[in-house]
Design a protein around this ligand. Structure first.
Ligand code: FES
Ligand code: FES
Length: 172
C-alpha cells in the first residue's frame, strides 16, 4: 500500500504494509534513526514523534493512519540543534545514556507548542509517559523550564539544581 505524508516538512511516499508501525517506516525505510524503539507497546515514550503537532507513539501507530499527516521527528526539531529545548538540554547536560531523549524532547516540544509557560504540574502531566531508565527526570524538567524562559524551579529555590536524579516515578 502506498502511503503519503510529510516528514519534517518533506513529502514522502512509501510502499509498505498498511499495518507497519510508523516507527518502522521512519527508521528502516526513511533511515531516520533518531526516533528510538523501546517497548513497542506504547508504554515508554522512546518512539514519540509529532503527528499533526500532537505527541504520538510511533511504535503502535499503523503507517496507514499517517496518510496525509504532518510527521515531525527529532531530526526536524531544528536543522542545527538550536531549538530552545536542544540548547537547554546541552546547557544542563540533561541526557545520561541518551536512549530516551529523542522521545523526551518531542513530548516536551509538543507541550511547549501548546503551552509556552507550563507549571511543574503541567510538565509532569505532559512528560509522565516518557520513561528514563537513567532517571534524568529532574534535569528534563529543568530543561523544559529553561527552554520556556522560566526559573530553574517553580518556587525559585535551588532545590535539585545540581542536576541529581531525584524524580517522580512515571505511572506508565
Ligand atoms: S517504543 Fe513506543 S512507547 Fe515504547
Ligand atoms: S538518558 Fe538513559 S534512558 Fe534516559
Amino acid at each position: 500500500m502506498k502511503v503519503s505524508f510529510t516528514v519534517n516538512g518533506e513529502p514522502v511516499s512509501v510502499d509498505v504494509p498498511p499495518e507497519m508501525p510508523l516507527l518502522w517506516v521512519l527508521r528502516d525505510v526513511l533511515e531516520l534513526k533518531g526516533t528510538k524503539f523501546g517497548c513497542g507497546i506504547a508504554q515508554c515514550g522512546a518512539c514519540t514523534v509529532h503527528l499533526n503537532g500532537n505527541a504520538t507513539r510511533s511504535c503502535v501507530l499503523p503507517v496507514s493512519q499517517a496518510e496525509g499527516a504532518e510527521v515531525r521527528t527529532v531530526e526536524g526539531l531544528s536543522p542545527d540543534g538550536t531549538h530552545a529545548l536542544q540548547q537547554a538540554w546541552k546547557e544542563l547536560d540533561v541526557p545520561q545514556c541518551g536512549y530516551c531523549q529523542a522521545g523526551q524532547l518531542m513530548s516536551a516540544a509538543a507541550l511547549l507548542e501548546r503551552n509556552g509557560s507550563p507549571t511543574d504540574q503541567e510538565i509532569d502531566a505532559a512528560m509522565n509517559g516518557n520513561i528514563c531508565r537513567c532517571a534524568t527526570y529532574l534535569r528534563i524538567k529543568q530543561g523544559i523550564r529553561a527552554a520556556a524562559g522560566l526559573p530553574a524551579t517553580e518556587d525559585g529555590s535551588m532545590e535539585g539544581s545540581a542536576g541529581g536524579a531525584a524524580h517522580p516515578t512515571p505511572s506508565s
